[in-house]
Write a protein that binds this ligand. Structure first.
Ligand SMILES: Cc1cc2nc3c(=O)[nH]c(=O)nc-3n(C[C@H](O)[C@H](O)[C@H](O)COP(=O)(O)OP(=O)(O)OC[C@H]3O[C@@H](n4cnc5c(N)ncnc54)[C@H](O)[C@@H]3O)c2cc1C
Length: 414
């Protein structure tokens, strides 16, 4: 069979890995210039792999397959040097959060680090390149996909028996085009995660960082919204993420170069009902509003005390930001965020203070906007010859799940 994969990220990697020994002619089209390009894949920052049934995507991926995927990634790391952790396997920590109303999420973590990721991706690519039936085409942005009888036409000229779209989130333009043409592919699109990135000195969360590297908890706030921690980075750095027409915050940690601060996201899941059908539009407008207040391409920084009291921050005290000083303006997040979101976040942090003293210190730092978009959930049963895998399918949100999804898709083909 002649197969095209659009995008070379985690899902494509899982897919090719599962078809290493097949006879299918596989063509990979990737819009980035080459494997070293900073625009390639979501696998270029942080690289925290986790094994969990409770997070990472909305599909079931067997724990053994998740472990196999993590092993595959770790084998591509020089000397297999990674930081590891287990969240909430220790009953003492589980109970202390549970008692105060939190839902602890159990998982195993393996942190590769931003500084190691480039090489990891390169090693994997070099191995795949040796396969005679796999052909890489870089600098090939796919703009158009059309189903023609039992074939699929790519960029109006190249015909394939099957096409696997694996463009992640950065490929939302292509997915939007496809679903405009085939709206019956959409299963669900009502969710968006809005929140902040929170930063505080390492010593406040030292025990938790040492014990589990990443503590993931959920909490039903008094507003009714579910709030959760996401992407904890011990001794990490806050960075901005440019979406083209707006900028958000994110966090990461290196394997070697460390800071003295820990950062993590506090996210509120907003799920709206009909006639609402544009979660990306909703989230983007809030992000743009924050950027307007902060000045072009900048985000807002505020102390936690001022965030609570809706007061503009003008000075900092003991906690200094790890984000580049040219990337933020000190301001007031309350001018951009809906009240219910702010109240949910404050309720979450105040309750967390009861478990981790110092979490709600007035001079801890709040950055906004932090937004996580969910891709439309795609119905993969609709076409036999056109499939979506990884984050662009709406079924995954992590490296482990995207790789696993690609792997399972490949296995189904055999
Ligand atoms: C900054 C950042 C940090 C992250 N950190 C973590 C983490 O620590 N742990 C974790 O589990 N997850 C993390 N994620 C999420 C994770 O990267 C994704 O869940 C995962 O990479 C999804 O895999 P994918 O194959 O679906 O897409 P991707 O890995 O994003 O790959 C998609 C590829 O498609 C290409 N592409 C897009 N459009 C086109 C087109 N039209 N034509 C051709 N090629 C195209 C892109 O260039 C890209 O290389 C992070 C994401 C980001 C953005």
């Amino acid at each position: 069979m002649r197969i095209a994969i659009i995008g070379f990220g985690a899902a494509a990697i899982g897919f090719i890995e599962s078809l290493k020994e097949s006879n299918h002619e596989i063509h990979v089209f990737e819009k980035s210039k080459d494997i070293y390009s900073t625009s390639i894949s979501g696998i270029r920052a942080d690289g925290k792999l986790f094994v969990s049934e409770a997070m990472g995507g909305d599909i079931e991926i067997d724990i053994r397959l998740q472990q196999q995927m993590v092993k595959f990634w770790m084998e591509a790391v020089d000397e297999h040097s990674v930081e590891k952790g287990h969240s909430f396997t220790n009953r003492k920590y589980f109970n202390s959060f549970y008692e105060k109303g939190f839902l602890p999420v159990t998982s195993d973590f393996y942190h590769l680090g931003t500084d190691q990721l480039k090489k990891v991706l390169y090693h994997i690519y070099e191995n795949f390149k040796k396969l005679k039936h796999v052909h890489f085409h870089f600098q090939q942005k796919i703009e158009n996909i059309q189903v023609k009888n039992d074939k699929v036409l790519v960029n109006e000229e190249d015909e394939f028996d099957k096409v696997y779209v694996a463009v992640g989130r950065s490929g939302h333009g292509l997915v939007k085009k496809i679903i405009n043409e085939y709206p019956e592919l959409i299963q669900d699109n009502t969710k968006v995660d809005l929140g902040i990135r929170y930063e505080l000195p390492d010593h406040i969360v030292e025990d938790l960082n040492r014990e589990m590297y990443e503590f993931k908890v959920k909490y039903k706030s008094r507003t009714g919204y579910m709030v959760r921690t996401f992407c904890n980075n011990p001794s990490g750095f806050v960075v901005t993420e440019n979406y083209g027409d707006f900028v958000t915050v994110n966090g990461h940690a290196n394997h070697k170069k460390k800071s003295h601060n820990t950062n993590f996201a506090v996210l509120t899941t907003v799920q709206l009902t009909e006639p609402f059908n544009d979660p990306v539009g909703y989230g983007s407008h809030i992000a743009k509003l924050s950027n307007i207040l902060a000045g072009q391409d900048k985000v807002i920084l505020q102390t936690y005390d001022h965030f609570k009291r809706s007061k503009r921050t003008k000075n900092l005290y003991r906690v200094l930001p790890t984000l580049d000083e040219n990337a933020f303006i000190m301001g007031d997040v309350n001018l951009a965020y809906p009240r219910r979101i702010i109240e949910s976040i404050i309720d979450f942090i105040e309750n967390l203070e009861e478990v981790i003293p110092g979490i709600a210190n007035p001079d801890n730092l709040v950055y906004a906007p932090e937004i996580k978009f969910y891709s439309n959930r795609i119905n993969n049963d609709h076409f036999d010859q056109l499939k979506f895998m990884g984050d662009c399918s709406g079924a995954t949100r992590s490296i482990t799940y995207a790789t696993g999804h690609g792997y399972m898709m490949g296995k189904q083909l055999k």
